[in-house]
Design a protein around this ligand. Structure first.
Ligand SMILES: *[C@@H]1O[C@H](CO)[C@@H](O)[C@H](O)[C@H]1NC(C)=O
Length: 335
C-alpha cells in the first residue's frame, strides 16, 4: 500500500502541472540517442509507414470516439494496443489492428514505425505522448473546450486543484506544439475546401488594376493623394516593433502612401506625445518617438518612408488602413 501511494504521488507530478509543485519528471526515450541514430540510418529498421497508433489501452477510453478513429483509419493503417481478456472479442472498429497489451519494447517498436500517435482524451498527461514524439511521431490530441476541471469532470472532481485542463496533454500542447503536437477539435469534421483569395481571381486582379490606373499618379512630384487621408488609421507602435506588425495586430495593413500625413509635429500632438525636442533626419524608421529624452523624429527624405524595420529605442508612427476581404492592396472606401 505504501508503495502504491508513493507511486501515485510521484505520478501526479510526472508533468509540470502548476508552479505550486516542483517538477521531478522522468526520463523518456531520447530522440538523439546514439543507437537510435544508427537505426535511423538503416532504412529497414527505422522506416515510417502510413500508420497511426491509438493511445488508449482499455476499451472504455475508446467509447464515443469511433467516428473520430474511423476518419483517421480511412487515411492511415490504424493500430491499437487495447487489453483483451482471454476469450473476449474486441469492441474496436473492424478497421483497427489490435495488438493487445504490448511490452514496452514492442510498444516502442510500433511507435517507431508509426507517423501519428492519436490521443483520445484519456489518460491525461501520461508519458506515452512524450515517447511517441521522441520516436518521430506526430501527436494528435483533442482540445478540451470548455477545459476539463474539478467542476465539470469526474476524474478531477474532489481533487484539490483548480487547474483548467485545455487538452489531453497540456504540456505537449503548450511547450512542444507544432509540428510535433497538433491539438484539434475532435468533433469538428469541417473539410478543408479549395480556396482562392479574391485578389488572385480574374475579377480581383481587374479590380486592383482598375484602382491603380484610376488613382495612382506617377508624373506628379507632390505627395501621393491616394489612398485618401480618410483611409488613415494612425497607430503608435511599441518599442522595437515595425509598422508591418503594428498594423497586422489590429487586422490592418501598413500603407506607405499615407506616411506623409504622419510626418509633422501635429501628428505627435494627436497621439498625445509631448516632444522635448524635434528634429528631421534621413532615417528609415522616422517618423518615430524616442521616450528617452522625449525626442520626436521627423523623416527628411520621403523616399525612405518604410513600413518595415524597428529598433528598441523608437516607437514608430504607423499609417495603417483597412482592406476589403481578399483585396489587401485596396481600401474599402477608395476603390
Ligand atoms: C470547425 O472548424 C472550422 C475550420 O477551422 C471553423 O471555421 C469552424 O468554426 C469550426 N466549427 C466549430 C463548430 O467549432
Amino acid at each position: 500500500m505504501l508503495m502504491i501511494s508513493v507511486l501515485l504521488h510521484i505520478s501526479a507530478n510526472l508533468i509540470a502541472h502548476t508552479p505550486d509543485n516542483s517538477f521531478l519528471g522522468f526520463v523518456s526515450e531520447e530522440a538523439a540517442r546514439a543507437d537510435v541514430r544508427e537505426e535511423e540510418l538503416e532504412p529497414e529498421t527505422y522506416k515510417k509507414d502510413r500508420m497511426a497508433v491509438v493511445y488508449g489501452k482499455q476499451d472504455y477510453m475508446w467509447q464515443g470516439k469511433s467516428e473520430y478513429v474511423e476518419v483517421i483509419s480511412e487515411e492511415l493503417e490504424t493500430h491499437a494496443t487495447v487489453y483483451q481478456p482471454p476469450g473476449h472479442s474486441s469492441n474496436l472498429p473492424g478497421s483497427i489492428t489490435n495488438h493487445g497489451l504490448l511490452s514496452q519494447e514492442h510498444f516502442l517498436r510500433l511507435l517507431r514505425r508509426a507517423k501519428v500517435f492519436v490521443g483520445l482524451g484519456f489518460p491525461y498527461e501520461g508519458p506515452a505522448p512524450i515517447e511517441a514524439i521522441a520516436l518521430g511521431c506526430v501527436y494528435l490530441q483533442p482540445k478540451f473546450d470548455p477545459p476539463h476541471s474539478s467542476d465539470n469532470n469526474d476524474f478531477y472532481k474532489g481533487k484539490p486543484t483548480t487547474r483548467q485542463i485545455s487538452s489531453q496533454h497540456p504540456y505537449a500542447e503548450e511547450f512542444i506544439g507544432r509540428p510535433h503536437v497538433w491539438t484539434v477539435d475532435m468533433a469538428n469534421r469541417t473539410d478543408v475546401k479549395p480556396f482562392t483569395p479574391r485578389e488572385f481571381t480574374c475579377e480581383g486582379m481587374l479590380e486592383r488594376v482598375r484602382g491603380y490606373i484610376t488613382h495612382q499618379d506617377f508624373c506628379s512630384k507632390s505627395v501621393p493623394t491616394w489612398p485618401p487621408e480618410s483611409a488613415l488609421r494612425m497607430h503608435l507602435g511599441p518599442l522595437g516593433q515595425s509598422c508591418v506588425s503594428v498594423c497586422r495586430r489590429s487586422s490592418l495593413v501598413c500603407e506607405p502612401a499615407l506616411f506623409h500625413h504622419l510626418n509633422s509635429p501635429s501628428a505627435f500632438t494627436r497621439l498625445g506625445l509631448g516632444c522635448a525636442s524635434m528634429g528631421q533626419e534621413d532615417y528609415h524608421l522616422f517618423p518615430a518617438y524616442n521616450p528617452w529624452g522625449r525626442h520626436c523624429g521627423l523623416q527628411q527624405e520621403p523616399l525612405l518612408f518604410s513600413c518595415a524595420g524597428a529598433d528598441p529605442s523608437h516607437r514608430r508612427l504607423c499609417p495603417c488602413r483597412a482592406h476589403p476581404p481578399g483585396q489587401v492592396a485596396l481600401c474599402p472606401d477608395c476603390i
